[in-house]
Design a protein around this ligand. Structure first.
Ligand code: LLP
Length: 454
């Protein structure tokens, strides 16, 4: 893996998921890295580190490309939804809504954030394989579309929804398409905790038809994440169109087809995901073709991108601290964050790209390992990574951290979460405050009997 210089020249401005760095990245005259017109080392000094940085231009560009591509390639109605599990905060939800996106939520916390961020209930779909009564009730009261995942959902909703105000529902099923990053298989049945098994779908559709409180408006399936191939989604369109037809035959007023998310992004130079436009074009064609073959009116097409919308707008800035040389083996540099702000390397052995923010073009590379500060040997962000010679106090930018970093962050070792700033056109705004150690005590309760009495 090489530094910024290696991946900067061939930027795909329209499809942020095909670049490692945010599309506004540039090198200043003094050879420092700027994103959104802001010098990253200045942000680090002002807001502290670790610091999550979100580039507004990159995020808006990804949204606009999804929107425009749907308009260009799909002849029917469409509504893209942001899979907010990728990065849920008030500002991100508000920005996404301002671009015309709806949103997918999987908990009351994500629902609340979306609603307070200005996403309308009618543009939210609520997922989950074990929704609670309280969560379903909250979604129903806010006119959110509920994705039925199993019979438990149906039993709870029977108690919540009324014939006078039917619940708006989609049905999720496992389509028998399994994706790994670079391969996929089709099976009759998938060992997945999500959605109804294909064999159950017909009887569930018939059962729902008997309930006046149930208004089934759509179907949903999601086949995986960080996918580089397009064939799985082509196959998915065919499988979904079959079930769509079945639902219509049973008499449901079904109009929405939600094909989930999953488009991959470029984390390292060897990653080569399709562009957003290509992905939408292929899916649109497949849905149109499947509907023609099955003599169906075109559904409203929904998709649920998470990673490909937000990942490449995000950077995390760390400060390099301790250095340890293990002679003949490796040189460790430790940074002031790690697995609590980015659990993906330790969880999935994910690879990232990085550079020194004030020496992005230096090329006197040495092989180093960037370790986090947590009490865990596996807390390594970048293994055997080539960086220009660095020293304690240098700032390091890790790219592609806008998805599944903050949203999967923890307080392991009671380390507070970083702040998040949004940058654009030379301006910076705080969108999430830095947690403080005292914040972590707020929910602790110390029973009186533990308080020393002297
Ligand atoms: N829709 C549903 C129902 C999903 O389960 C997901 C992701 C998405 C949409 C969005 O998929 P995307 O476009 O982001 O690929 N924590 C893992 C990723 C888990 C994805 C879970 N579901 C990671 O850090 O790689």
């Amino acid at each position: 893996m090489l530094g910024l210089k290696a991946f900067e020249p061939n930027r795909d401005i329209a499809s942020p998921n095909r670049n490692i760095a945010p599309i506004s990245s540039e090198i200043s005259e003094s050879k420092k890295l700027l994103v959104g017109g802001c010098q990253l080392s200045e942000l680090a000094k002002k807001y502290g580190t670790p610091l999550y940085v979100v580039d507004e231009l990159t995020l808006r560009t990804a949204c606009k490309t999804y929107m425009n591509s749907l308009k260009k390639h799909y002849p029917g109605d469409s509504l893209p939804l942001f899979a907010s599990k990728a990065n849920s905060s008030l500002a991100i939800c508000a920005l996404i809504a301002s671009e015309g996106f709806g949103l997918d939520a999987v908990s009351e916390g994500e629902l609340l954030t979306a609603l307070k961020g200005g996403v309308k209930g009618k543009n939210i779909v609520f997922h989950g394989n074990n929704k609670s009564y309280a969560e379903l009730d909250f979604a129903y009261k806010n006119n959110v579309t509920i994705v039925l995942d199993n019979n438990h959902d149906i039993q709870l909703l029977k108690k919540i929804a009324s014939d006078k105000k039917p619940a708006k529902l989609m049905l999720r099923f496992t389509p028998g398409i399994e994706c790994h990053t670079h391969e996929y298989i089709r099976t009759g049945h998938l060992d997945s905790k999500f959605g109804f098994d294909p064999d159950e779908v017909k009887s569930v559709l018939e059962q729902l038809k008997k309930y006046k409180w149930a208004n089934l408006t759509g179907l949903h399936a999601h086949i995986g994440s960080q996918i580089f191939e397009v064939q799985p989604h082509i196959d998915l369109a065919g499988v979904m169109a079959d079930t769509f037809r079945l639902a219509k035959e049973i008499g449901h007023p079904i109009a929405d087809l939600n094909i989930g998310g999953g488009l991959g992004i470029k984390y390292v130079a060897s990653d080569d995901p399709p562009s957003i436009d290509k992905w939408i074009e292929v899916i649109s064609r497949a849905v149109v073709k499947a509907c023609e073959e099955k003599n169906l009116d075109l559904p409203r097409l929904m998709c649920e991108p998470g990673r490909s919308l937000v990942a490449n707008s995000g950077i995390t800035i760390y400060k390099i601290g301790a250095k340890k040389i293990v002679p003949g083996i490796r040189t460790y540099f430790s940074v002031d964050g790690g697995m609590s702000d980015n659990p993906r390397p330790i969880t999935y052995q994910s690879l990232y790209s990085a550079c020194l923010v004030d020496k992005p073009l230096d090329s006197n590379f040495e092989k180093v390992t960037i370790a986090g500060k947590h009490c865990e040997s596996g807390d390594v962000l970048l293994n055997d990574f080539f960086l220009p010679s660095c020293e304690s106090g240098d700032f390091l930018a890790v790219f592609g951290t806008g998805a599944y970093n903050y949203s999967m962050s923890s307080n392991y070792n009671r380390i507070p979460r970083p702040a998040t700033v949004m940058v654009g056109e030379g301006c910076v705004e705080l969108i999430q405050k830095r947690e403080l150690p005292e914040d972590l005590l707020q929910l602790d309760v110390l029973p009186d009997r533990f308080i020393a009495k002297n």
